[in-house]
Design a protein around this ligand. Sequence first.
Ligand SMILES: Nc1ncnc2c1ncn2[C@@H]1O[C@H](COP(=O)(O)OP(=O)(O)OP(=O)(O)O)[C@@H](O)[C@H]1O
Ligand SMILES: [Mg+2]
Length: 384
Amino acid sequence: MNLFEVVMAPIVLEDVTKVYPDGTTAVRNIDLTVRSGEFMVLVGPSGCGKSTLLRMIAGLEETTSGSIVIGDRDVTAAAPRDRDVAMVFQNYALYPHMSVRDNLGFSLKVSRTPKAELRKRVDDVAAMLGLTEYLERKPGQLSGGQRQRVAMGRAIVRQPTVYLMDEPLSNLDAKLRVSMRAELTNLHKRLGVTTVYVTHDQVEAMTLGQRVAVIEDGRVQQVAHPQELYRAPANVFVATFMGSPSMNVAQATVADGHLTFGQFTLPLSDAQQSAIAGRGTVVVGLRPEAFGTSGDGPTFVVDVAAVENLGTESHAFFGVDAPPLGLATHRVTDDAPSIVEQGSVFVARLQADDVVTSGQPLILTVDPQRMYLFDADTGIALLS
Ligand SMILES: Nc1ncnc2c1ncn2[C@@H]1O[C@H](COP(=O)(O)OP(=O)(O)OP(=O)(O)O)[C@@H](O)[C@H]1O
Ligand SMILES: [Mg+2]
């Protein structure tokens, strides 16, 4: 078989739930389809159930209810070795006493692949990952990034139908992570194997995912292309999770075609008015870049509480005298409402050369067209 010959297989999760023996529900009724050949990222805060879901696809955790289909096979009850998946973990334990060549070839050796084929597959994978010159070294003689490539190589060499990756880059320093991200994207382009990639890092999700599933508290909040998540978040949770600094949110009151929160009163367009028709209160969202210090749009005076200058841009923090989202249960459905603790501190993203001083008043412009509007009770987006 040719190294680059790929079996294309979608993954279909239907109503998948995981309850651990101690009663913890980690995954709640998830429906999710990963298309054949797709690079799907699962992203969400710590403890939201990402690893549990991935381990269920791998067969390392039992599925409490629901079904998992890979390709045309229902694998819900299948053993891990019968699922034809390869998993790459954060802690890529390589065999320290074996050379890179033996580490890469280990699984093929175990499955009694003929020597000549084993050698060819290892050589091909090493060439693809830029590891050829390190094949005779031991893992201890490699850099972190090279070791991570060996861990990837071990998964690739098996030619599985599906790759499952759980935060594989989180042990690397920031610079290496960026270059490994680019390598992963290239690798996926060349191999085209269906991949599910778990991360809690929204930047990683945005840059790697063809589609991204945002998970919170065991539930999928939204599945979409990265730009779509950013442009049209389904609810307050997705809106504030994707993007850095986070979207500013506050409760706002509606009156006479205007929205008021703290010192801000912004006109509503016809489309905005009809989206929130009948509501006296909504949650308003403004990304930090919706503010400026020049240009059109209504202007407001704020008291700058703090400034962070990052060189390329600066972030000005200011208080807004509007109630925080005490009641916005931002989940799609909810049996245990949680409170979004976004005080009423807003942040504006400004040019690095804007003169902004902590403790001083600042005149800001706002583009009312860039307001996001959410239901005040459910947190669900009202305009998309
Ligand atoms: N073996 C277990 N027994 C009981 N509860 C568990 C077990 N493993 C995980 N959990 C719980 O299930 C929930 C989901 O855990 P999981 O490891 O899937 O989260 P995660 O999204 O991968 O988080 P992180 O980003 O921190 O890795 C958490 O509340 C966790 O405490
Ligand atoms: Mg995890």
